[in-house]
Design a protein around this ligand. Structure first.
Ligand code: NAP
Length: 336
């Protein structure tokens, strides 16, 4: 029987996930949606030709016996409460990143999930399923470049909207890097410092862009992450690992090479939904299978918490200009 999913927030990624559930993935059906704007929700369902119930109140949808599991794709600040509402009645949730706006919010989710006695939450850290990152991790764990010493990373978006702030660089964007790098090198963070280079004239008053995050891990690996969200040329994710015996780079996504007008060129993606399309498909199928088999294996609430502990320290470092400590807590057996 197909898993009956209810989706909260049907904006850009909500629509992407609805489309993949109904057209690409197996054993799943979207039976209900909710959004702050009910009219928009009806229009989206009509356009996607999907027959699902529209709820004005997301909590009514969460509580509906017609809905087996929940997909949270509403705005960042709404995630924590929707996840808590779902797991407190024992329903599984796939929650887009960030799990909550800070570590304290994530901890509430962890405590509730542990009280329920089984994993109910998967966080949308889809890079853990990206074939490129998986290949890069294998090179590292196979010992091909020796011990990792330094990581050089960049996350660049073509542009962002006017509501995006200096803090959102961390809570909305860097959070992906904080998760994937910890996963990649199997290490926890120790300190962070934030550097503000000259700001691009493509930015706006509430956003300092680009920013550089200098992280140190428990094992002494040094990481620099450039986040540049108005880079103006495309959506570009870079990761280079300098090891003691060699260097490994995240593979570029494969696009067609062209020779034309005296130029040799390859196309760059302009949007996250295209760059990570395989990862999104695999992560959501993994959630669906996990709920059906009563065994979730994807990025956990603990991963959401670990990334948020680091994000909190990054926010502090943005303001202080100092090197800030990132606390590490031992991961409970429940999440191993
Ligand atoms: P979006 O286009 O703004 O969509 C969010 C939707 O949720 C909007 O329709 C919004 O309505 C609605 N909403 C806001 N508050 C709500 C509430 N309390 N109850 C129900 N619906 C509510 O944003 P998006 O780009 O799709 O992003 C959605 C989430 O996914 C964000 O948390 C984002 O960080 C995450 N995301 C993750 C990735 C990834 O790579 N994993 C990529 C993109 C986005 P209004 O427009 O009326 O506010």
């Amino acid at each position: 029987m197909a898993l009956k999913l209810g989706v909260i927030g049907i904006g850009t990624i909500g629509q992407e996930h609805i489309h993949r559930c109904n057209n690409i993935l197996q054993d799943v059906k979207i039976v209900a949606v909710s959004d702050i704007n009910v009219e928009v929700a009806h229009n989206v369902l009509n356009r996607l030709k999907i027959d699902a119930k529209v709820y004005q109140n997301s909590n009514h949808m969460i509580n509906s016996p017609e809905v087996d599991a929940i997909l949270v794709t509403s705005s960042d600040s709404t995630h924590e409460q929707f996840v808590l509402n779902a797991i407190s009645i024992g329903k599984s949730v796939f929650c887009e990143k960030p799990l909550a706006m800070n570590a304290e919010g994530c901890l509430k989710i962890i405590n509730t999930e542990m009280e329920k006695g089984k994993r109910l939450v998967q966080v949308g850290f889809m890079r853990q399923y990206d074939p490129g990152y998986c290949a890069l991790k294998k090179v590292i764990t196979d010992g091909k470049i020796g011990k990792p010493l330094i990581l050089h990373c960049a996350h660049r978006n073509e542009n962002v909207d006017k509501n995006y702030t200096t803090e959102a660089v961390i809570t909305n964007t860097l959070i992906h890097e904080l998760d994937i790098l910890r996963w990649l090198i199997e290490d926890n963070y120790k300190t962070v410092q934030v550097i503000f280079p000259r700001t691009t004239s493509n930015s706006h008053a509430n956003l300092r862009d680009p920013q550089i995050f200098l992280l140190e891990t428990q094992k002494g690996i040094r990481i620099d992450v450039e986040i540049f969200v108005n880079c103006s040329y495309g959506y570009d994710i870079q990761c280079e690992v300098v090891g003691e015996d060699g260097i490994a780079r995240l593979p570029e996504p494969s696009t067609v090479q062209m020779r034309k007008n005296n130029l040799l060129s390859t196309m760059l993606f302009t949007h996250w939904k295209d760059r990570f399309i395989d990862a999104y498909n695999i992560e959501l199928q993994s959630f669906i299978n996990g709920v059906k088999n009563e065994y979730l294996t994807g990025p956990s609430a603990w991963d959401g918490f670990a990334a948020s502990i680091a994000a909190d320290a990054c926010l502090k470092a943005q303001n202080s200009g100092d090197i800030e400590i990132i606390k590490t807590l031992p991961c409970p057996i429940f999440y191993n």
